[in-house]
Design a binder for this molecule. Structure first.
Ligand SMILES: C[S@@+](CC[C@H](N)C(=O)[O-])C[C@H]1O[C@@H](n2cnc3c(N)ncnc32)[C@H](O)[C@@H]1O
Ligand SMILES: [Zn+2]
Length: 432
């Protein structure tokens, strides 16, 4: 029997259960209770728990994690993107135990902060998570994780967590694993703290300091096999899903993400640091592939690029690009000037590589779709004004149409960079 524990809108739930007929009536129960108390008093009882609160799910996680059966699934939505994306880093730390950073990758970081937080609650009860699907869309993040119990498997948790060093001058970021393993003489595994620091005091690309965010979940955030099988099923029952185009676009992009590369680069940001024109995404992807590395898109951002190429390779590719597309002289202490002052050690090859287009792009399958209508998405709470800060944190799509730029105000892309630049001082704090 499937049990669904529901909440205050209990009258509407009862009506809905009746409306769905006798099968629903025999399978679904509604309860008027605080979900936390209900979950806490039903340990390991539910195959699936779906947390969809207003704003942050953080106060529900401890009880939710205890109520899911072994091998069961916890689904969790968070709509407090301004918190998870670094608007108020200290608030995120208090709710989720992790510091966000305001990189272009902040929406993926939001997913990884939520996953790390769920894992930390799970560990308290000798449990651990296995992410199945992690999606950032519109104005929210939503994760689907399986929950298992095993005191020994739990020892691997620190291997799946990392801090993030984000340079305040250029767009370089580096992951600092929380834990590592070593083998004993008898070949048994020892769990040890991670070696660090993975970066020097000052950025080796531009000479500026680093902010440190996290810890984030740096393990896999999707089960790619599961995603492919769901994509296949959805395709085979296309007519049953009114949102088919959206579902297939998101799942297709996710199925092509590099599974073992946390976070991503923004080509626009790299070019903005160097103040150069941008190579096309295909050219840049080709140069990365031709240098011997992997590259993919990300469902989080149409302009984002995941790659296992180290930052010095990325900057070498950009140096080679600038050699053929020169930039105006800049002040010598600017991050871009420092980066360009070095000679590339790699000769970038921008010739089109076969894998430079994703399979979906090659087949012209839509990977990102526009919102269904204008002004779509949550409206601001009464009395609140949408500002450009909301746009830079939530993304233009999420606040579509809410902000009419005032005369002389910068559009989003430019403003984001300006805000970043104000942070790019030696004394910059992680977030403001
Ligand atoms: C975003 S809505 C859920 C929407 C629903 N998932 C849907 O798709 O229609 C959040 C719901 O959580 C309920 N809620 C908030 N705090 C709760 C608590 N402590 N226990 C139970 N329900 C709670 C609210 O009353 C509200 O109905
Ligand atoms: Zn730097």
């Amino acid at each position: 029997m499937i049990k669904v524990a529901i909440n205050p809108s209990v009258e509407a739930c009862r009506r809905n259960i009746k409306f769905n007929g006798s099968v629903a009536c025999s399978k679904v129960e509604s309860h008027l209770a605080d979900a936390r108390v209900y979950m806490l008093t039903h340990p390991k009882e539910f195959d699936v728990v779906d947390l969809d609160p207003y704003g942050s799910p953080s106060v529900f996680l401890d009880s939710a994690i205890q109520s899911v059966a072994d091998g069961g699934m916890l689904m969790c939505t968070a709509t407090d993107m301004a918190v998870l994306c670094g608007g108020n880093g200290e608030v995120c730390y208090s709710k989720y135990g992790s510091y966000p950073l305001r990189g272009k990758y902040c929406h993926e970081m939001a997913l990884r902060i939520l996953l790390a937080c769920i894992e930390s609650h799970a560990n308290r009860y000798k449990r651990y998570i296995e992410p199945v699907l992690s999606v950032q869309m519109d104005f929210y993040v939503r994760v689907f994780v399986r929950i298992y119990t095993s005191a020994s498997a739990m020892k691997s948790t620190p291997l799946k967590l990392s801090y993030v060093y984000q340079c305040i001058g250029c767009d370089s970021f580096h992951l600092q694993p929380v834990g590592r393993t070593a083998s004993n003489k008898n070949n048994s595994v020892r769990y040890l703290p991670g070696f660090g620091p993975v970066v020097p005091q000052l950025c080796s690309d531009c000479g500026k300091k680093f902010n440190m965010g996290g810890p984030i979940w740096s393990g896999r955030i999707h089960d790619q096999e599961w995603v492919n099988s769901i994509l296949g099923e959805v395709k085979s029952m296309k007519d049953r899903y009114p949102a088919y185009d959206r579902i297939s676009a998101v799942l297709t992009t996710i199925s092509e993400e590099l599974p073992d590369v946390p976070l991503f680069l923004s080509l626009h940001n790299l070019c903005s640091t160097l103040k150069c024109t941008s190579p096309s995404a295909v050219m840049f992807r080709s140069a990365v592939i031709n240098a011997g590395y992997r590259v993919s898109g990300t469902h989080v951002n149409p302009l984002g690029l995941k790659t296992d190429a180290p930052m010095d390779v990325i900057w070498d590719i950009m140096r080679c690009w600038v050699k053929n597309h020169p930039v105006k002289a800049q002040l010598p202490d600017q991050p871009g000037s420092v980066i360009l002052a070095k000679e590339p050690t790699l000769q970038a090859n921008f010739a089109r590589a076969v894998a430079s287009l994703s399979k979906a792009q090659a087949k012209k399958v839509a990977r990102f779709l526009p919102n269904p209508e204008k002004h779509w998405g949550p409206k601001p709470r009464a009395g609140r004004q949408i500002t450009s800060k909301h746009i830079s944190l939530l993304g233009a799509e999420a606040v579509n149409g809410h902000l009419s730029l005032e005369d002389g105000e910068e559009p989003d892309a430019k403003r984001q960079k300006t805000e970043d630049t104000t942070q790019k001082t030696e004394d910059a704090t992680p977030s403001s």
